[in-house]
Design a protein around this ligand. Structure first.
Ligand code: FES
Ligand code: FE
Length: 416
């Protein structure tokens, strides 16, 4: 790589070079080193509950089909025909026993095997070894309590080890109640002219932007608190492998039904997950590199990279399976009001992240790094909760998680 990354970024000191968000060569290297090696979120099991169900997504820029084969096993394959590359499955999701390529008709089973080739006898003279030409599999696929991840790296540590301490906090998303969680409604997908790392690091723990960027939403009570009441009790949890999240003292947000619901299930949460998670609620976080659960708004999202200055955002609404239907519908409505392309809060950051990238493309500004030094040297000073919560805890207003995110970025990108 021609660029000396060490010269432009130093996560330990909180100085992050602007080229990380604008440079094509760095972006291509990220596809190689980050998106081809890390565990990436694919979908939730409730989106493919039955044999033959499939869901199409991306790992980096590789299109991928996640499918449950006829025996019920979940596999993932690159969504590209082995003949001449056509996208084998062009639907977002559905159910199929097989997939026939629209170009020349090669057909693949829902286990990825090539099972049909037009003119196999009279044109190929049966000389094509069909065993060798199945869809290319994603090397490892695994799930954590319904959250399905994949990696192209055969040598990657297990998903459980990769998530590490984050599993404690993911449980608040997917294991609060008997039956776990489910995805409801459709999905939002939109393009944002920004770099994927800006939303990922924001969700990992940028509490600092809330009272400024989201002031208008706070003023109409969208967060459940008045703006003057923003200094809430909470903290930042910085976890291994670049993961991180924010927690806040538990209070109920949302409309009437969902607020009553949250209060009613608190004893069950305490019983299942322990008192600490009933007392302090995960607010928002990121599993490195690009999967972010936003607990408060009951949404999960993936920041798909599409170029140094382009990100495709995918957002789902996720609820407790055991919640009553009217509560689920209210949560879905609240999510849509707050997030997604038309959401009150999403629009604020939808303006911020692209403009952070746009200004950084300038020639003169390029040598001046971003300042992510807030709380430097005080990264791990929330002694009070250390024993009750995994991770290294810091003040609610801190950029420690951003530094952790970029430390992991530097490690995976081999900056030394
Ligand atoms: Fe798929 Fe030819 S590209 S059959
Ligand atoms: Fe925000």
């Amino acid at each position: 790589m021609a660029i000396d990354l060490k010269a432009i970024t130093n996560a330990d000191s909180g100085l992050i070079g602007r080229k990380l968000f604008t440079d094509r060569e760095i972006y291509e290297e990220e596809l190689e080193r980050i998106f081809a090696r890390c565990w990436l979120f694919l979908t939730h099991e409730t989106q493919i509950p039955n044999p033959g169900d499939f869901f199409t997504t991306y790992m980096g820029e590789d299109p991928v089909i996640v499918m449950r084969d006829s025996a019920g096993k979940i596999n993932a394959f690159i969504n590209s025909c082995r003949h001449r590359g056509m996208k084998v499955c062009r639907a977002d999701q559905g159910n199929a026993a097989s997939f026939t390529c629209a170009y020349h008709g090669w057909t693949y089973g829902n286990d990825g095997k090539l099972i049909g080739v037009p003119n196999f006898q009279d044109a190929y003279f049966e000389q094509l070894d069909m065993e060798q030409w199945g869809l290319v599999p994603v090397t490892q696929v695994d799930s954590y309590k319904g959250l399905i991840f994949g990696t192209f790296d055969a040598t990657a540590a297990s998903l459980r080890d990769y998530l590490g301490e984050m599993t404690f906090y993911l449980d608040y998303l997917v294991d609060r109640r008997e039956g776990g969680a489910e995805v409801i409604g459709g999905m939002h997908k939109w393009i944002s002219p920004t770099n994927w790392k800006l939303p990922a690091e924001n969700f990992a723990g940028d509490s600092y932007h809330i009272p400024t960027a989201h002031m208008s939403a706070l003023m109409i009570g969208a967060s459940g608190r008045a703006p003057s009441d923003f200094e809430i009790a909470g903290f930042t949890a910085r976890l291994d492998n670049g993961h991180g999240l924010l927690l806040r003292s538990t209070f109920s947000v949302g409309a009437e039904l969902s607020r009553q619901y949250e209060e009613s299930i608190r004893p069950e949460i305490a019983r299942r997950l322990g008192e600490p998670l009933a007392e302090f609620t995960p607010l928002v976080g990121t599993v490195f590199p690009n999967f972010s659960p936003f607990y408060n708004q009951r949404t999960i999202r993936v920041w798909h990279p599409r170029g140094p200055d382009k990100t495709e955002v995918w957002a789902w609404c996720m609820v407790d399976k055991a919640a009553p239907d009217d509560v689920k519908q209210e949560i879905l409505k609240l999510y849509q009001q707050g997030f997604g392309p038309g959401g009150m809060l999403e629009q604020d950051d939808g303006e911020n992240w692209p403009l952070c990238v746009q200004t950084s493309k300038g020639r003169a500004i390029s040598p001046y790094p971003f300042n992510e030094t807030m709380g430097l040297g005080k990264d791990f000073d929330s002694e009070r909760y250390n024993e009750r919560f995994p991770g290294r805890l810091a003040h609610f207003l801190s950029e420690t998680n951003a530094r952790g995110f970029y430390q992991q970025w530097e490690k995976v990108m081999n900056v030394s």
